[in-house]
Design a binder for this molecule. Structure first.
Ligand code: KIV
Length: 273
C-alpha cells in the first residue's frame, strides 16, 4: 500500500491536525532509499534524527554525530522529495553555545532540505528556539528523555518520575513544555516519560506533541526506522518491530552466498551472450 499521490504535508497542517484530533506519524530515515519507502508508507513527517549516530554509525550514544554529517543525511532524504515533512535534527554542540550558532546551523539544515529543525531541551534552549523561529525557520522541540543529555541523565533514563524542580522532574518537564511552546516551536517530541504526564502536557499545549515511550495520548508518535522495521539487533520496551527486516536480509544474503558457492548464480536469465 502506498500513499504517493497524497498532498505535500506542510507546517501549518501540524496544528490543524491537532485541532482535528487526527494523529500524526513520524519515522526516522537517513537516506533517499529509505525516505522513499517510509514516505510511500504514508508517514506525515520524516525525522532525519541524530539517532543516525547509533543506528547507522554504530556509536554508543548520539553525542558524536557532527553538523556536517547531519547536513549530508538531510540532503540524502530531501533527494527523495517526500510528501512527508522533513525534520532535520540539530546535533549536540550545534545550538548550545549561542543563539547565533543555533540560527546559522538551522539555516544549514534548511539549505540541505529540512523543512523543520528539531533541538533538544526546554527552558535552557528557549532562546535558541525563539531565535530560530524568529528567523522564519519552523522548530520542533524535544523534551523528556533527551538523548543528548546522556551524561547528565546517567544513560537513557525515563524522565518525569521525580518531584522537585530539577532537570527531569515532573514539574520541570511541564515547565519545559510550556517554554518550548512559548518560544515559538510548531511541535514537540516527548520522549521517555510516564504516559499520564505526556497526556497532561498534551492537554496543556496548543502545538502537537509527538511521543516516543510517552503513551498513546500524545497527538502523534515517532519511531526510529530501524526499530520499526526490525533492522536493529536491540529491542526496547517503547519500540515495536512491525517487520523482521534483519532476518529477511540475512536470509537473502545467505541464499546468494549459497548460489554463488554451488554455481547456480548467475543463471541464464541474468547472463549476457
Ligand atoms: O534522533 C532521533 O531519532 C530522535 C527520535 C528518537 C525522536 O530524536
Amino acid at each position: 500500500m502506498t500513499n504517493i499521490s497524497r498532498p505535500k504535508m506542510t507546517v501549518p497542517m501540524l496544528v490543524q491536525r491537532k485541532a482535528e484530533q487526527s494523529r500524526l506519524s513520524m519515522v526516522t530515515a537517513y537516506d533517499a532509499t529509505f525516505a522513499s519507502i517510509v514516505d510511500a508508507g504514508g508517514v506525515d513527517l520524516i525525522l532525519v534524527g541524530d539517532s543516525v549516530a547509533t543506528v547507522m554509525q554504530g556509536q554508543k550514544n548520539t553525542l558524536g554525530v557532527s553538523m556536517d554529517e547531519m547536513v549530508y543525511h538531510v540532503r540524502l532524504v530531501a533527494a527523495a522529495q517526500p510528501k512527508a515533512l522533513i525534520v532535520g535534527d540539530m546535533p549536540f554542540g550545534s545550538y548550545q553555545s549561542s543563539s547565533v550558532d543555533a540560527v546559522d546551523n538551522a539555516v544549514r539544515l534548511v539549505k540541505a532540505g529540512a523543512e523543520i529543525v528539531k533541538l533538544e531541551g526546554g527552558l535552557f534552549v528557549q532562546d535558541a528556539i525563539s531565535c530560530i523561529a524568529n528567523s522564519d525557520i519552523p522548530v520542533m522541540g524535544h523534551i523528556g528523555l533527551t538523548p543528548q543529555s546522556y551524561h547528565r541523565m546517567g544513560g537513557n533514563k525515563i524522565q518525569g518520575r521525580s518531584d522537585g524542580d530539577s532537570a527531569g522532574s515532573r514539574s520541570r518537564l511541564i515547565a519545559d513544555a510550556l517554554a518550548v511552546e512559548e518560544a515559538g516551536a510548531c511541535a514537540v517530541v516527548i520522549e521517555g516519560v510516564p504516559a499520564e504526564l505526556a497526556s497532561e502536557i498534551t492537554g496543556m499545549l496548543s502545538i502537537p506533541t509527538i511521543g516516543i515511550g510517552a503513551g498513546v495520548q500524545c497527538d502523534g508518535q515517532v519511531l526510529v526506522m530501524h526499530d520499526l522495521l526490525g533492522l536493529s539487533e536491540r529491542t526496547f520496551t517503547f519500540a515495536k518491530a512491525y517487520s523482521n527486516f534483519r532476518v529477511l536480509a540475512q536470509q537473502a544474503v545467505a541464499e546468494y552466498v549459497a548460489e554463488v558457492s554451488n554455481g547456480s548464480w548467475p543463471d541464464e536469465q541474468h547472463s549476457f551472450h
